[in-house]
Ligand binder design. Structure first.
Ligand SMILES: Cc1ncc(C[n+]2csc(CCOP(=O)(O)OP(=O)(O)O)c2C)c(N)n1
Ligand SMILES: [Mg+2]
Length: 579
C-alpha cells in the first residue's frame, strides 16, 4: 500500500475496529493471560462492550444467540483451555449456519518461534493442535502475524458473514500492540454480485417451472433466515398463491400468520395438509434444505421429483447447477418473472399442540395443560428459545407475528438455550425473550443466569422440573436412574445468583398456579419452575424418541424390552425432535 492510502494501527485495535465495522458491538468470553492485552485495548478504545461469561462454552452459545439476532457474533477465549471449552458451541454454529467469530488469544509468536514450552498447551512442542481442531468446525481459520493480520482479519470476518458459518482466529499475545498499515476505509459487508448471465438463466429456469406448475409450493430451511430472504419468499408465495412450509429448524422464519403459511413439514410426522402440500406439489422450491432424521419424520420425507434446490450461492434446477449467483438476487428476479395467480385460495392453519387440558385449576400440572397455557402467553414480537427435551413441544405452537425462534435443531447440545438467551438479550434487549428449558438442559449452563441477572436483563424463563431427562426416557430407560438428576431448588437460583435480585420466582404445581403466574407483570425477570411428572410427554416427543431409538439401536437394541421405553398410548402427528 502506498503511504497516504493507509493508516497505522495496532493489530488489536484494528481487529476491534473491523469487528465494530462489521456490526459486532459486544464480545463474549472469559479473560486469560493470552487475551488480556486485547481486552485492555477493548477497554481503552471502548470499541466494543465486553460481556464476561462464566465459561467459554456459554460464551460460544451467547455469541451464537447474539449472531442469530444481530447477523454476526464474536467471542474471545484463551489458548487451548478456553478454545476447547468453546469448540462445542462453535461446531454448533457451523451445524446451524450461524456466523460466529471465535478469537483465541494464543501463545506469543516469540515462544512459538523459539519452540518454548508454554502453559495451556500439550507441552509437546507443537502449537498447532487447537488451530487444527478448529479447522474442522469452521469455514476459515488463521493464526495472525504482523504480515498477514491486515488481510486475514478481513478475510475471516468476511468469510463468516458471507458463508453464515463460524471462523477461528488466533491472536498471539505479543502482537496485539504491534503496529501495521491498514486500509482507512471501513470493512464493507458485501458479497460479489451474481454473474449476470447465470443470474438471468437461473431466474428464467425457476420462473418457467414455477409458472407452469399447477400446485407450486415452497419449503424453507434455516438458511432462508441466515441469508435474509424470508420477506422475498413471502412475496413470491403471495404472487403465486402457493403454500409455504418450514422444517422445524426454520420455525417462525416465515410469519405464521401469513395467509400462505402452511405449517411445519416433517415427513410423515407432519400435519396431513402440510405433507400433502409439499409432497404432491408439481414444482417445489426448497430453500437451503438440509434433511436429517428429526426434520424428515425419520426419513419419511419425500420431496417431489420436480424440486428446485436453492442455497445461499447456488441453485439446482433439473439437471443444471447455477453458480455465481446470490439467493437474494435470484428470488428478487423470480418474484418479478413468475406468473401471478389469483385462483388458488390460501389456507390458514391452527396450532397443533396436543389434547385439550383439564379445566380443574387444582389438578396437578400436565404437559398438555402447560403447553396450552403457553400458547395463550405468546405475543407479537417475542423471541422464543427452546432447549432439547419435552420443551420441543413449543415447535407445535402457533407463533404470533414477528416472533423469532432460537433453537439448535441439528446440533442439539443441551444447555445451548441459556447461553443463547444471554446473547440474544444483549443483541436485542428491547424485545421480550422467553426461554423454554428442561431441568436437565438447564443444569449444564445454569450459571449463565447470573450474567443475565448481573446485566439487568428481564427474560421470562419457563423451566420444566420433571426430575431428569424425560425425552431420553422415550429412547431408553423409562425408569432408569441414569435418566434421573438432582432436584435443585431452581426457583431459588435468581436469589443465589444475585442477592439483591428483583426477579419474580415461582414454583408451579397446578394449572391454577400456572394461570396466576402467567398474569404476572414482566417489569423484571420472571423465573417459573413448573413441576411435572417424569413420565409426562406429549405424543410428538415420545413418538419421535421411540423412532429415534429404533434408528439408533437397530432391531437388536434394548428398546424392545418390556417397559424400558416411555411410550405414548396413541400415535399421532407431530414435530420431530431429537435428544
Ligand atoms: C451436550 C449434550 N449432552 C447430552 C445430550 C443428550 N440429551 C438430549 S436431551 C437430554 C435430556 C434433556 O432433559 P431435560 O432438559 O430435563 O428435558 P426433558 O426432561 O423435559 O425432556 C439429554 C441428556 C445432548 N443433547 N447434548
Ligand atoms: Mg427434565
Amino acid at each position: 500500500m502506498a503511504s497516504g492510502e493507509c493508516d497505522r494501527m495496532t493489530i488489536g485495535d484494528f481487529l476491534l475496529r473491523r469487528l465494530k465495522e462489521a456490526g459486532v458491538r459486544h464480545l463474549f468470553g472469559v479473560p486469560g493471560d493470552y487475551n488480556l492485552e486485547l481486552l485492555q485495548q477493548l477497554q481503552d478504545t471502548g470499541a466494543l462492550k465486553w460481556v464476561g461469561t462464566c465459561s467459554e462454552l456459554n460464551a460460544s452459545y451467547a455469541a451464537d444467540g447474539y449472531a442469530r439476532l444481530n447477523g454476526l457474533g464474536a467471542l474471545l477465549v484463551t489458548n487451548g483451555v478456553g478454545a476447547l471449552s468453546a469448540i462445542n458451541g462453535v461446531a454448533g454454529a457451523y451445524s446451524e449456519h450461524v456466523p460466529v467469530i471465535c478469537i483465541a488469544g494464543s501463545i506469543p509468536l516469540r515462544s512459538i518461534d523459539r519452540g518454548l514450552g508454554m502453559h495451556h498447551t500439550m507441552a509437546d512442542g507443537s502449537f498447532d493442535h487447537f488451530l487444527n481442531a478448529y479447522a474442522h468446525v469452521t469455514a476459515a481459520h488463521a493464526r495472525l502475524t504482523p504480515r498477514n493480520a491486515a488481510t486475514e482479519i478481513d478475510r475471516l470476518i468476511l468469510t463468516a458473514w458471507r458463508e453464515k458459518l463460524p471462523v477461528y482466529m488466533e491472536l498471539p499475545s505479543d502482537i496485539a500492540y504491534l503496529e501495521i498499515e491498514v486500509a482507512p476505509s471501513p470493512l464493507a459487508l458485501t458479497v460479489p454480485p451474481s454473474d449476470p448471465e447465470r443470474l438471468r438463466s437461473c431466474i428464467a429456469a425457476i420462473a418457467e417451472r414455477l409458472s407452469a406448475a399447477a400446485s407450486p409450493a415452497i419449503l424453507v430451511d434455516a438458511d432462508a433466515d441466515r441469508f435474509g430472504v424470508a420477506a422475498e419468499l413471502m412475496q413470491l408465495a403471495d404472487k403465486m398463491r402457493a403454500p409455504v412450509a418450514v422444517i422445524n429448524a426454520a420455525k417462525a422464519v416465515i410469519d405464521e400468520t401469513f395467509p400462505h403459511y402452511g405449517g411445519v413439514y416433517n415427513g410423515k410426522a407432519s400435519e396431513p395438509h402440510v405433507r400433502e402440500a409439499i409432497e404432491t406439489s408439481d414444482c417445489l422450491l426448497a430453500i437451503g434444505y438440509r434433511p436429517i432424521e428429526v426434520t424428515t419424520g425419520d426419513f419419511s420425507a419425500s420431496l417431489p421429483a420436480n424440486t428446485i434446490h436453492a442455497r445461499g450461492y447456488s441453485v439446482d434446477v433439473g439437471d443444471d447447477n447455477y453458480q455465481a449467483i446470490t439467493l437474494k438476487e435470484v428470488l428478487e428476479g423470480v418474484i418479478g418473472a413468475v406468473a401471478r395467480r389469483t385462483t388458488r385460495a390460501p389456507r390458514q392453519v391452527e396450532a397443533v399442540v396436543g389434547p385439550h387440558a383439564q379445566s380443574n385449576g387444582s389438578a396437578p400440572l400436565t404437559q398438555a395443560a402447560y403447553w396450552q397455557a403457553m400458547q395463550g402467553y405468546l405475543r407479537e414480537g417475542d423471541v422464543m428459545f427452546v432447549d432439547n427435551g419435552t420443551a420441543f413441544t413449543l415447535l407445535g405452537l402457533k407463533f404470533p407475528p414477528k416472533c423469532t425462534f432460537v433453537g439448535s435443531i441439528n446440533w442439539g447440545s443441551i444447555g445451548y438455550s441459556v447461553g443463547a438467551l444471554l446473547g440474544a438479550l444483549t443483541a436485542a434487549p428491547e424485545r421480550r425473550h422467553i426461554l423454554f428449558v428442561g431441568d436437565g438442559s438447564f443444569q449444564v449452563t445454569a450459571q449463565e443466569l447470573s450474567t443475565i441477572l448481573h446485566l439487568n436483563h428481564k427474560p421470562v424463563i419457563f423451566l420444566i422440573n420433571n426430575g431428569g431427562y424425560t425425552i431420553e426416557r422415550g429412547y431408553l430407560g423409562k425408569e432408569e436412574t441414569y435418566n434421573d438428576i438432582a432436584n435443585w431448588a431452581y426457583a431459588d437460583l435468581p436469589k443465589v445468583f444475585r442477592r439483591d435480585t428483583s426477579a419474580r420466582s415461582f414454583v408451579v404445581r397446578t394449572v391454577g398456579d400456572l394461570q396466576t403466574v402467567l398474569s404476572t407483570s414482566n417489569d423484571t425477570m420472571i423465573f417459573v419452575e413448573s413441576v411435572m411428572d417424569s413420565h409426562d410427554a406429549l405424543a410428538p416427543v415420545t413418538n419421535s424418541s421411540n423412532k429415534g431409538a429404533d434408528l439408533d439401536y437397530g432391531p437388536r437394541g434394548p428398546q424392545h424390552r418390556e417397559n424400558l421405553q416411555l411410550r405414548h398410548a396413541v400415535a399421532s402427528a407431530g414435530q420431530g425432535v431429537a435428544s
